[in-house]
Design a protein around this ligand. Structure first.
Ligand code: PRX
Length: 632
């Protein structure tokens, strides 16, 4: 193997070893890719047949009402039947579904059979509370096994889950409950993260306090055992409801296009949008992408270190691993708690074979030094993966060398909440270039275009667009189909616009550059400038605010805000700190700005839109570009 320091350029290529190729589900990428482009519908029909359907579809793709594509039309399925029920007929009933470790070191392991039982019981609990097919249920929990179980229980009876990440706070939770109109909310008394308790139930109580939300029932899973507030008649303990619940529950027969879940994500403007995914296409897409990209095998121990509350967790902690019959690790807490080798001790302890995480975590570990992973036997690992933001070649090489022992290929997977699963990604047999997500997955056609929608030349930067539909695509924005068209399908007619910029090199490898809209990726988390700004103006001192993302060594981007104060307030360091904390309290700690700057004016267009690009250029000392629309 070449000395790493000498190959740390973007042109270095890492070819897979004979061992990696020998065990891969897909050995010949080029042939399958060519077949998939020529016969996309056959390709997906063949993959769909690997799952169990109550009734086969009559049409693979209905594209008669673009961009509202339908997949596996006429098919009857339930994703939970494929994730759980069907394993009850095989030896996998006794295989471990999840191995869980709490931040406090406590451990649990649950087999497919036991998880099936828990999900059935909880599905019956939901039914007894009046939850019916098509109802929305909000889930706001820490990282416990009951979180996937709650999601699966909803899906089992045809209810639509809406998971709100446990790191969000009062206003974020309120907005998402209001939009989804959930009558039932599932939470925990609290969660252990970084040695502290996140008071989830308190946040729920604060969110529901004004009394304007439709939530009638709150189910509380006991994790911390600490004292919490209680509203008689509204609040119920998980364990008490489960006591009398039957472990037998019929799985609802769903139409392939019936909604499975909604998941809120930040966009350019206004409130977060609820992307809607369906039972059929999403099942086929996540099952297949995980199987091929991570080459999942029965003996694997899979660890997707994301939070189940984001799309990465929905797809690759909950649905795809269970459909593939894999054993997954779930770790509750902070990555460096109590010491920077927490993750590596988990890898060693459970013999993790595949580790999938975010570049920001890797950069964080790099800072602690090389010695931490070296304290542990990481030889069980055979594949690595990253997601959520571009990975810089230095972090890629560190991960490759110090965690993967120069033996494990890294699957840099580009995708989005909207896409349901991996879109641009290597497979283990694909030669890798550090920092590149390599090439589109089977059947996917991606293209970089300029402002006029014309394809750009190799190595030229442009907008990343997708030309072809795929089964895992979000079907709409829940309750707002016009916004779905407007956001994704209008800028470049006939194409899905990703919101990202990228370039393609002479080998056809994609290099993702970043968001071109008002979305900021902080530690891989997706936040909208509008959300941060509205959190700021909810403080009595703030008249107006603008948020931008600036490069940050570990987090990828950090939020910087510019604030115009109301008269009578003074821009002191104490007030800046107060505003930082205020955003953390309203929206969640991940949204807390890195820096607050007080200004007298903000650059705006004549129509009154804040020109964030000008703020960013100024902050970075870069040319400010075209200022012709700037107001006087
Ligand atoms: O900017 C891209 C970045 O994350 C965005 C999607 O964010 P979200 O919907 O939260 O989903 C994250 C997990 C799938 C994209 O528009 N992104 C995601 N993966 C990568 C990436 N940027 C570069 N490389 C990646 N592998």
């Amino acid at each position: 193997m070449t000395e790493l320091a000498t190959v740390a350029t973007s042109s270095a290529v890492y070819a897979p070893s004979a061992e990696v190729i020998a065990r891969a589900h897909v050995k010949d990428w080029d042939t399958l890719r060519a077949y998939s482009l020529e016969h996309p519908l056959e390709f997906w029909a063949e993959r769909a047949r690997e799952l169990e359907w109550f009734q086969e579809w009559t049409q693979v793709l209905d594209d008669s009402n673009k961009p509202f594509f339908k997949w596996f039309v006429g098919g009857k399925i339930n994703i939970v039947h494929n994730a759980l029920d069907r394993h009850m007929k095989t030896w996998r009933k006794n295989k471990l579904a999840y191995i869980w470790q709490g931040e406090d070191g406590s451990e649990r392991a649950i087999s497919y059979g036991e998880l099936h039982r828990m999900v059935n019981q909880f599905a019956n609990v939901l039914k007894s509370l009046g939850v019916r097919k098509g109802d929305r249920v909000t889930i706001y929990m820490g990282r416990v096994i009951e979180l996937p179980a709650a999601m699966l229980a909803c899906a089992k009876i045809g209810a639509i889950h809406s998971v709100v990440y446990g790191g969000f706070s009062v206003e974020a939770l309120r907005g998402r409950i209001a939009d989804s109109q959930s009558r039932v909310l599932i939470t925990c008394d609290g969660a252990f993260v970084n040695g502290k308790v996140v008071e989830l139930k308190q946040i729920v109580d604060d969110a529901l306090k004004p009394g304007d939300l439709p939530v009638e029932k709150v189910i509380v899973y006991r994790r911390t055992g600490r004292a919490i507030g209680w509203v008689e008649g509204r609040d119920h303990w998980w364990h008490e409801l489960m006591q009398d619940a039957s472990p037998i529950c019929e799985t609802e027969v769903m139409d392939a296009e019936d909604p499975l879940f909604i998941l809120y994500t930040s966009g350019s403007t206004g409130k977060p949008k609820a992307l809607l995914h369906t039972h059929g296409g999403y099942a086929v897409y996540t099952y297949t992408t995980m199987r091929y990209v991570f080459d999942i095998q029965d003996e694997d121990r899979w660890w997707c270190a994301a939070d189940p509350g984001w799309i990465t967790g929905h797809s690759y902690i909950v649905y795809a691993p269970l459909m593939n019959g894999a054993t997954s690790i779930i770790y509750e807490g902070g990555p460096a708690y109590p010491a920077p080798d927490r993750w590596w001790s988990i890898v060693e302890q459970y013999g993790v074979t595949i580790l999938y995480c975010a570049p920001t975590a890797i950069r964080g570990f790099m800072r602690y030094g090389d010695e931490w992973p070296h304290k542990h036997d990481l030889s069980s690992l055979r594949l690595l993966g990253t997601v959520g933001e571009p990975i810089n070649p230095e972090a890629w090489l560190w991960f490759y060398k110090h965690v993967g022992g120069e033996r494990c290929p890294i699957m840099d997977t580009w995708w989005q909440t909207e896409t349901g699963g991996f879109m641009i990604t290597p497979l283990p047999v694909v030669p890798l270039k550090p920092g590149s997500a390599t090439r589109p997955f089977f059947t996917i056609q991606a293209e970089i275009v300029d402002d006029a929608g014309q394809p750009v030349k190799p190595n030229e930067e442009g907008y990343l667009t997708i030309l072809t539909p795929w089964p895992g695509m979000a079907r709409t924005i829940y309750g707002d189909p016009d916004r779905y068209i407007q956001t994704y399908w209008s800028r470049f007619p006939g194409r899905y616009f990703t919101g990202d910029s990228a370039r393609v090199d002479e080998d056809g490898y994609f290099w993702i550059i970043g968001r071109v809209d008002d979305v900021i990726k902080v530690s891989g988390y997706r936040l909208g400038t509008a959300e941060v700004e509205s959190a700021l103006v909810s403080h009595p001192a703030v008249a107006e605010a603008a948020a931008i993302g600036l490069p940050h060594e570990v987090r990828g981007n950090a939020i910087h805000v510019f604030v115009i104060l109301r008269s009578g307030y003074e821009g002191t360091p104490a007030l800046a700190e107060e505003l930082r904390q205020h955003v953390g309290k309203v929206l969640g700690p991940i949204a807390r700005p890195e820096r607050v700057e007080f200004v007298a004016r903000l650059p705006k267009t004549r129509s009154g839109k804040i020109m964030r690009r000008v703020l960013k250029a100024r902050a970075l000392g870069l040319p400010e570009g075209d200022l012709s629309t700037l107001e006087e």
